[in-house]
Design a protein around this ligand. Structure first.
Ligand code: CP
Ligand code: NVA
Length: 310
């Protein structure tokens, strides 16, 4: 059966650790892997915009000796003249890996269902597993371990990145406080809460949803936030969302509530004065560009993993 990576919990904890170790090897010794995917092609289908994901996948594939095709959904008959099933089946005949950034999780799942090659989710409305792999590599580098730390997340929790953060923290038996406004459009979906509760039962993780930023920040080793205006949210909602999310902004005062050596993370893109202040994101505790850089190594490792190369 073809393996796909549609959400972080499609991997086991042991597999995540193995991929992180391979990412470190790829980072330290890129020369060893210059022909690891020679002659192979990655198709990248984009429905939403991207800077980091597109560039890091394209560069990563090139560094592994393969080739990446950028394919904008605007050019595709997908969903209009042709259904996803036929798109997946036809594209699979030319390539060895497919990656997609789509708005809807059901489209992503259909693509994977009918693809004969591994599909990597580059972001939909349910998950961002590639971000998690880069982030946990960054945490391993900065904190030195992937256990016994507390993370807190602030802002929009009805959100792809938050969902995968909850899943991965549950898998690793960690404590994660998610601080968000009340209301179903800002809090995680029940299906995610259920999955996370089930994982946590086996690992002893403590994943908590709360509506007070300062309670969440207390004792945190890592403070994480994501955009208040995720791709696809209409610009007309910006003003209202800014008001609603402002109590969850990561600013210096909130950072001071966390542990003295706490680090700040954001998957990017970020807007200064919104989900965090400039002082925080441009300050010494911020490792957002290490997160961005590490996407490259972790995605190279993901591609090698899905192609059975280690
Ligand atoms: N973090 C992330 O996925 O960035 P892009 O949207 O620029 O790809
Ligand atoms: N939640 C953000 C993540 C961007 C990488 C979005 O969906 O736009």
């Amino acid at each position: 059966m073809v393996r796909h990576l549609l959400k972080i919990s499609d991997l086991t904890k042991a597999e995540i650790e193995k991929i992180i170790d391979k990412s470190i090897e790829l980072k330290n010794n890129p020369q060893k892997f210059t022909s690891a995917l020679e002659g192979e092609t990655l198709l990248m289908i984009f429905e939403k915009p991207s800077l980091r994901t597109r560039i890091s996948f394209e560069v990563g594939m090139q560094q592994l000796g393969g080739h990446a095709i950028f394919y904008s959904i605007k050019d595709a008959p997908l969903g209009r003249k042709e259904n996803i099933q036929d798109t997946a089946k036809a594209a699979s005949r030319y390539i060895s890996l497919m990656a997609a950034r789509l708005y809807k999780r059901h489209d992503m799942w259909d693509l994977a269902k009918y693809s004969d090659v591994p599909v990597i989710n580059m972001l939909d409305d349910f998950a961002h597993p590639c971000q998690m792999m880069g982030d946990f590599l960054t945490i391993k580098e900065k904190i030195g371990r992937l256990e016994r730390f507390k993370m807190s997340y602030f802002g929009d929790a009805h959100n792809n990145v938050t969902y995968d953060l909850m899943r991965i923290c549950a898998m690793f038996g960690l404590e994660l406080d998610v601080a968000c406004p009340a209301g179903k459009e800002y809090t995680p979906e029940q299906i995610v809460l259920d999955e996370v509760a089930q994982i946590s039962e086996g690992t002893g993780a403590y994943i908590n949803i709360l509506h007070d930023a300062y309670n969440a920040a207390r004792d945190s080793d890592i403070v994480y936030t994501d955009s208040w205006m995720s791709y696809g949210i209409p610009v007309e909602q910006e003003e209202e969302r800014r008001k609603i999310f402002t109590p969850f902004q990561v600013n210096s005062q909130l950072m001071e509530t966390a542990k003295p050596d706490a680090i700040f993370m954001n998957c990017l893109p970020a807007k200064r004065g919104y989900e965090q202040t400039a002082e925080v994101i441009d300050g010494p505790k911020s490792f957002v560009f290490d997160q961005a850089e590490n996407r490259l190594y972790s995605q190279k490792a993901i591609m090698l993993f899905l192609r059975d190369k280690f």
